[in-house]
Design a protein around this ligand. Structure first.
Ligand code: ADE
Length: 251
């Protein structure tokens, strides 16, 4: 039996996805509410991961052990580090790195102890299928139709694009250009930063569960990121998150 875990990094986004559930049941454990049901006939479990690596790794482990998920989708927001990205763009992770993992001199920087890897990769087939489905949102201009003219102007969103690339995760909110540039010096091909994806990817890899991480850009990881982040999450991200999950669950 297939059962898909849907992990959201924002309660706002989870609320929108929960409204799509048929035959909904709720279970509370460990300060998290797990919502079970079906979307488009697919069995799913939806939960807010809470923020950071520990919280998200714990939640995804719970999804595997208690609910027996066979696949995982993770959605949420991220700060852009690549100048090619704008607020409202979407990144599908082709690989994930834990930018705060540093066990030097025992191991090389970013290497995950005992795995001998610095990067984690979603399974190729699931990644390609997911990217293709999310990319369709861009060409159909579906994302733009979800937000008002005022919101488009407020966040300078004119034509949200969908990218495939590397995401860096760690227990840090990036809120200045200096820190962002330091990260880019070490990891020049990273597109955006967030606080959960690579931790979730590690657990999925260790348990052999196929996963995909998808992020909407909420801010530019600079001095204005905390304000931009809050505004964007409240007004736009939840709508984009729901559209992304609906696209992924379409056959
Ligand atoms: N998630 C969204 N914006 C972020 C930022 N600037 N730093 C880390 N995680 C984020």
């Amino acid at each position: 039996m297939n059962r898909i875990g849907i992990l959201g990094a924002m309660p706002e986004e989870i609320n929108g996805i929960v409204l799509l559930l048929k035959d909904r049941k709720e279970l509370v454990k460990g300060m998290r509410t797990y919502y079970l049901g079906t979307i488009n006939g697919v069995e799913v479990v939806v939960v807010f991961s809470r923020w950071g690596k520990v919280a998200s790794a714990t939640t995804v482990t719970h999804l595997m052990v208690e609910f027996g998920i066979t696949q995982l989708y993770f959605t949420g927001v991220a700060g852009s580090v690549s100048p090619d990205l704008a607020v409202g763009d979407i990144v599908v992770a082709s690989s994930l790195v834990q930018h705060d993992m540093d066990a030097r001199p025992i191991m090389k920087q970013f290497e995950i102890p005992l795995l001998g890897k610095t990067e984690l990769f979603p399974p190729k087939e699931l990644l390609e299928k997911s990217f293709h489905k999310v990319k369709k949102l861009e060409s159909a201009k579906e994302l733009l139709q979800l937000i008002s003219l005022k919101q488009r102007e407020m966040f300078f969103i004119s034509n949200p694009k969908v990218f495939l690339g590397k995401i860096a995760s760690g227990d840090k909110f990036f809120a200045n250009n200096g820190e962002k540039e330091n990260l880019l010096r070490l990891l020049p091909d990273v597109l955006c930063v967030e606080m959960e994806g690579a931790a979730v990817a590690q657990v999925c890899f260790e348990y052999g569960i196929p996963f995909v991480v998808i992020r909407t850009i909420s801010d530019a990881a600079n001095e204005s990121s905390s304000v931009d982040f809050k505004e964007f999450v409240g007004q736009v991200a939840s709508k984009f998150g729901v559209a992304i999950i609906q696209a992924l669950l379409k056959e």
